[in-house]
Structure formats: C-alpha cells, structure tokens
Design a binder for this molecule. Structure first.
Ligand SMILES: C[S@@+](CC[C@H](N)C(=O)[O-])C[C@H]1O[C@@H](n2cnc3c(N)ncnc32)[C@H](O)[C@@H]1O
Length: 221
C-alpha cells in the first residue's frame, strides 16, 4: 500500500473500449493472489480454491465415488475433485462449453431443462454421493431478480440432490447473502442431518456469495 493508502498493484489503462467496471475487474484479476495461484497450480478457475477450502473444513471429497458438478465451466471444481478423489466418476453440466477434463463427462445444457436430471443420472453408474453446485444466474443488476434467479438454481439443485443422492450423501451449493430462504432451509433440514453455511476465504469479501453445506442425506423412504 502507498502512503495514500492506494494499493500499488498492477494498474490497467482505460481506453481500448473498456468500461470503468471492466477496468476494475481486470485490475482485480491481475492483482488477485488466487488468480496467480490458480495459474501456477494449473487450475482453470480461482473458484477451485473455494472448493479446496470448503473441503478442508467439511471433508467433502475424499472417498467420493460419484460426483455431480452443476455449473462446471470452466472446470476448476472438477479438477479439484479429480485430484482429491481420483477414482470418483464425475459428471458436470453447464450452459457454456467446457474444455474436456480427463475422466469427467461434460454435458452442455441447461440444468433447468426437464431432461437434465435424467441425463446427469445416466452418465453415472449409480446414485451420486456428492452433488456440488457453483451455479450462478447471469445477473441483470436488479438485486431482487438476481437473488431470486440464483436461489431458483439452488432450490432446483436441492430437489435434484434429494431425488438422486445415496444415503449419507452431501449437497453443496453457492447461495447469496441472506442465505437460504426458509422454504429451502426446511427442505434441506428435512433431508440432511446437518446444514451449515460458510464463506471460504477465497470468496471475495465484497461479494454476497456464501455456500450451504448439507451433509448426511437421510435417504428416501
Ligand atoms: C461460477 S461459474 C462455475 C465455476 C466452476 N465451479 C469452476 O470452478 O470452474 C458458474 C457457472 O454456472 C453456469 N450456469 C448458470 N446457470 C446454469 C444453468 N441453468 N444450467 C447450467 N449451468 C448454469 C454458468 O454458465 C457458469 O459457467
């Protein structure tokens, strides 16, 4: 930090048709230690460290056999799963194209499509024991709309988890500040032994994202 208190990291010039917010984003990327680490460690996203940190706290990955990665692109979380649970079968889904990852089945489709749950299940040779969701809806800048859209994805992920998970399984999802709404929390508490919220250090302090970690799926009657 300089005496004026300004961070003396890399600065990005405006121009080149960049908007002020694009410049801020680029500066943040260039000066972000997690971005540098991701490059050095060969992870496709800085988001990889969020899963690593959640795993350190909640012991999610080791020994996993079948994993679903909702919102897989560009693939950082699945890379982490591959590293910590190399024998796990993994299937991921995203609206965007994801470069192939060895040992991972990738579906390019909308998770909200009626056919998505069956397509995900068909890619595994049994019920998942871990459902991960880092999905985030494209923001439109209207706080309530953005919140509702993202929470809609979390809720759809929770239903998918409740309908497919093996007994004892885990559901992890990105949620927005304010946490999970009452209805979703009730659903999760009904189906899982423990439901916790966490904000891993790799999650930017200014961002409203948190994660909900639901462990010990009670099974279907
Ligand atoms: C923050 S990124 C995921 C990053 C990923 N965990 C990683 O480490 O590389 C969120 C992803 O969710 C995807 N997404 C959002 N809505 C979706 C939907 N309805 N179906 C499938 N993917 C969706 C976006 O396309 C985006 O790639």
């Amino acid at each position: 930090m300089s005496r004026s208190g300004r961070d003396l990291g890399k600065r990005v010039r405006t121009g080149k048709g960049r908007t002020a917010s694009q410049v801020r984003w680029l500066e943040r990327q260039l000066n972000d230690p997690y971005v540098k680490r991701a490059k050095a460690d060969g992870y496709r996203s800085r988001a990889a460290y969020k899963l690593i940190e959640l795993d350190e706290k909640f012991n999610l990955l080791k020994g996993s056999k079948r994993v679903v990665d909702l919102g897989i692109a560009p693939g950082g979380w699945s890379q982490v799963v591959r590293k910590i649970a190399p024998k796990a079968a993994i299937v991921g889904i995203d609206l965007l194209e994801t470069d192939p990852i060895e040992g991972v089945t990738i579906l390019q489709m909308d998770f909200m499509d009626d056919k998505a749950p069956a397509a995900l299940e068909a890619a595994l040779d049994g019920p998942p024991d871990l459902v991960l969701s880092d999905m985030a809806a494209n923001t439109v800048g209207h706080k309530q709309t953005d919140h509702l859209r993202t929470m809609g994805l979390v809720e759809a992920g929770a239903w998918f988890a409740a309908e497919t998970l093996e007994k004892g399984g885990t559901y992890v999802a990105k949620v927005l500040a304010g946490g999970t709404d009452t209805e979703l929390l009730t659903l999760l508490k009904k189906h899982f032994k423990t439901v916790k919220h966490a904000k891993p250090p790799a999650s930017r302090k200014g961002s409203s994202e948190w994660y909900v970690i639901a462990q010990g799926f009670k099974g279907r009657d």
